[in-house]
Design a protein around this ligand. Sequence first.
Ligand code: FAD
Length: 547
Amino acid sequence: MSLDIRVATNQAPPLVGHNIVTTDAALVEAVTRHASAEVVEDLAPIGALAGTAEAREHGMLANEHHPRLTPYDRYGNRIDEVEFHPSWHWLMERAVGQGLAAAPWESDSPYAHVRRAAGFMAWSHTEPGHGCPISMTYAAVPALRADDAIAKEWTPLLASLSYDPGLRPAATKLGALAGMGMTEKQGGSDVRANVTEARRTSVEGEYTLHGHKWFTSAPMNDVFLVLAQAPGGVTCFVVPRVLPDGTHNRLDVVRLKDKLGNRSNASSELEFEGTLAHRLGDEGRGVRTIIEMVAATRLDCVLGSTSLIRRAVNEATWHTAHRSAFGSLLIEKPLMQNVLADLAVEAEAATALAVRLAAAVDNLNDPHEAALRRIALPLSKFWVCKRTPAAVAEALECLGGNGYVEESGMPLLYREAPLNSVWEGSGNVNALDVLRALGREPEALDAWITEVGRARGGDARLDRAVEETLALLGSLMGDPASMEVNARRLAVRMALCLQGSLLVRFAPAEVADVFCASRLGSSYDGVFGTLDGGDLRAIVERATPVA
Ligand SMILES: Cc1cc2nc3c(=O)[nH]c(=O)nc-3n(C[C@H](O)[C@H](O)[C@H](O)COP(=O)(O)OP(=O)(O)OC[C@H]3O[C@@H](n4cnc5c(N)ncnc54)[C@H](O)[C@@H]3O)c2cc1C
């Protein structure tokens, strides 16, 4: 047989033309469980569009053509404009238009946050960078509620379905986007070390800011929640990018960060000198005020990481279902099935947890849900985000050399993978926040016990893991030094028990079985592909997208 080297054989076609929502069994089941089948139907168009070749192309282009800062115009006027590729705007317009920014806060639907969470996860398959301004816009609203008048001014614009970019006064816009400025050079996690100063003006509630921010993403957004030192201590401020008279507020964009990943998005260093700001909440209560925004962005870190894992697993199962080696499809090889099933179980567990967290936001008036969210959010942010780089790297390897090449899209996912663990409280900070919740809010631990207890009797390995986790907690309680040094161990175990309880209650038996055996039992060797038995074929089949 003669070979035509101009025609490639045994290469997987691009993974396009599939519905990212409806072909994700774990997502469909979780949304149906915590919302309804109608919500899945409502999400299907988002899944269809996100799976198109066009959307994939825009995702790639937005990452290839990085945002560019233009500090001055041609005449030397300071303008601080950031220019994005048209593909960025294409993605943003659809994300906002599909209600993935702050729309759920204005919705009457009892499932608005589950819908938005699932839509956000599906849409983030297109590319993850533009999720940053979308998330911050979503997250700003609960913090803005600290002040009725300010919330009334901004919420309708942030919840709008219109994407209206450009530096103009908010009142002239159809929709607005929000950002966050906490991190300074001398202190990120420790925001009490902030040195940016807020000086009162003669107008009640109005201040000027003097100082800087070391990281402020999406500097083209319309409004920022900023921490600064007021006379009464660290305080939260609302800082519009453009003032009502059309003049630019004094947010000098010093430079854009040259980042490992997240390259479609602009992350900037800012300087303030006489920047107009409105106090949000009381002086000295800034952390307490902005923590509402931080909590909501932490949810999005879980959603974003879950989306990265799912997209990577989709690519891995798709590729191996089309590529043969040594006489058969890779997906049929027993060892490859072990790797793929292990990855698929990780995606299942992350998805179940992510949607459960979003359901808690839909039901915050229920004390159990509010307490569960308090403890489950930092646990999940810690654990799901920590699993992401390992899962994405393993999925990339399933594509062999092709996975290491930019065109495959896998390097984009790989570069993005560590980010959700870094921002909005890095790993240790979230693990320590779990301790804070345990120490200060007894109802948080009760909520965790109630939640994991709902699966009691479903799997002996889960029951044992819960008992061991409580025993570990009991042995550490009362000894702050031991608690602190063991914070990650505790967070991992508590997160795994939560994931296990959801899978035991709701996932197919083969998925729950493998999860409990590997993550909660003793048979795990610390690397994907070391499952000790189970119905691997069924697990992989469930995780293989159908185009
Ligand atoms: C791409 C990108 C975009 C960002 N965008 C924004 C933005 O829009 N707005 C914004 O405000 N910030 C933003 N950040 C900043 C980000 O939130 C911070 O980098 C992060 O919170 C960590 O703060 P830091 O960099 O000062 O590190 P540090 O606070 O110095 O922490 C360094 C390490 O020490 C650990 N650590 C801290 N305290 C403790 C402790 N008590 N015990 C044990 N370990 C500890 C941390 O977990 C971390 O691993 C962005 C960062 C990145 C990478």
